[in-house]
Write a protein that binds this ligand. Structure first.
Ligand code: LLP
Length: 386
């Protein structure tokens, strides 16, 4: 073992691959369960987009969480992993007809609807199936989040959601339709949010909207605040479980939930990020003009976050205890952005060493691509290794 890694077992395996620590995942799920239990009316859905590895999905569905899906493929994956259809919400700014039909056939809990044209299509397709679809409207709360520009979603200029000025109209339109039932409001302001003030700003906005709706005598049964709780990428060992206590208590204190309302969450990253690492082997250590490069057999095709968002993932040599040296850690792909980290301190590294890219359980394996005709990385859970 070095840190959390069973190095002797990992050494024998073909790299690169994702390694998921089941203990960390289960501890995380158990903290979520304990914290949510404090607040009757709170319901957590797992955002499948973060990681749809079938075994991970099964462990999460075994814990009783619902699923937040954004495609027909995710709905199928969730159902296959055991999530009951009645616990599935379906979001997305561009749902295809076949995806809407599939969701209707399964009888999912609710569609998070992002426009009137989409609402009309859902109404028509539901009519054709002789069904009534539950719908929640995704309202764009025009609340900024202190996170990376590419993953903030709640500002007026984003493509997501329905603007606040249009909320009354959409509700009125839906109430005149026969095959949709308006049951809730949905929000999501962004991802990797660590400043609770951002969530407080969302709560304040929802409180205002709720007051306006109440003045119109419109009752909303379900409020869905999306996901977004961030994790500690710098210290995956020190904080392997995100601060769910602080997160849920923020909503409990700040959001004026009515007694008849249910509050839904869609958590992705905070559930699965810290249990996963991308394990890779060092192909070469190369001396450049001014620095040394560690060239890995994993690249941006396996973990795209550093290239796409300049995201930081802690990098560790899990097979060396030698004194620290400084390297640029790069992948083998023919793109100059295929860099995992610059000026990284690692135990002195040689060809054949194993390198772990930490906190990669969310938006890692699922975002892998086959660019350069590379094989997709496989994912293994710690309890599968013999
Ligand atoms: N609900 C909605 C409507 C969302 O758009 C998202 C994420 C979530 C829930 C889950 O958010 P989380 O709890 O994971 O923050 N690929 C990017 C992240 C994109 C997030 C997209 N939406 C990354 O690697 O950082």
């Amino acid at each position: 073992m070095k840190g959390i890694f069973p190095v002797d077992k990992l050494k024998e395996m073909r790299t690169p691959f994702y390694y998921y620590d089941v203990n960390i995942l289960q501890q995380t799920l158990s903290v979520i369960r304990q914290e949510v239990a404090k607040y009757p009316g709170f319901v957590v859905h797992y955002a499948v987009k973060a990681n749809a590895n079938p075994k991970i999905l099964s462990l999460i569905s075994d814990e009783g969480l619902g699923a937040d899906c954004v495609s027909g493929g995710e709905i199928r994956a969730a159902i296959r992993a055991g999530f009951p259809a009645q616990k599935i919400v379906f979001a997305g700014v561009g749902k295809s007809d076949w995806e809407i039909n599939l969701a209707l056939e399964y009888g999912i809990f609710c569609f998070n609807v992002e426009s009137i044209p989409e609402l009309k299509v859902i109404n028509e397709l539901a009519a054709a199936q002789n069904k009534v679809a539950n719908v929640a409207f995704r309202i764009n709360p025009d609340v900024g989040a202190h996170t990376h520009a590419n993953i903030t979603t709640g500002l007026a200029e984003n493509k997501f959601g329905i603007s606040m000025q249009d909320m009354d109209e959409v509700i009125d339109v839906s109430q005149a339709m026969k095959n949709v039932k308006f049951i809730g409001l949905h929000f999501h302001i962004g991802s990797q949010i660590l400043d609770m003030n951002d969530f407080i700003a969302l709560c304040n906005r929802i409180n205002e909207l709720q007051d306006k709706l109440e003045a119109r005598r419109i009752l909303v049964e379900h409020i869905n605040v999306g996901g977004g709780l961030g994790i500690d990428y710098t210290h995956p060992n020190r904080q392997s479980i995100p601060n769910f206590r602080e997160y849920f208590v923020t909503y409990a204190r700040q959001l004026k939930l009515r007694s008849y309302q249910t509050l839904h969450f869609e958590l992705g990253r905070s559930v699965v990020a810290q249990c996963g690492s991308l394990i890779s082997r060092v192909l070469y250590v190369k001396q450049g003009t001014n620095k040394k490069f560690v060239i890995l057999d994993a690249g941006m095709t396996d973990l795209i976050r550093p290239a796409l968002y300049q995201a930081y993932h802690k990098i560790e040599n899990i097979t060396s205890d030698l004194p620290i040296e400084t390297y640029d850690v790069v992948g083998p792909i023919c793109e100059s952005s295929d860099v995992f980290g610059k000026a990284i301190d690692l135990n002195k590294t040689y060809r054949g060493d194993l390198i772990a890219l930490r906190s990669a359980g969310a938006y890692g394996e699922i975002m892998a691509s086959g660019y350069n005709c590379r094989e997709l990385p496989k994912g293994y859970l710690s309890d599968e290794l013999i």
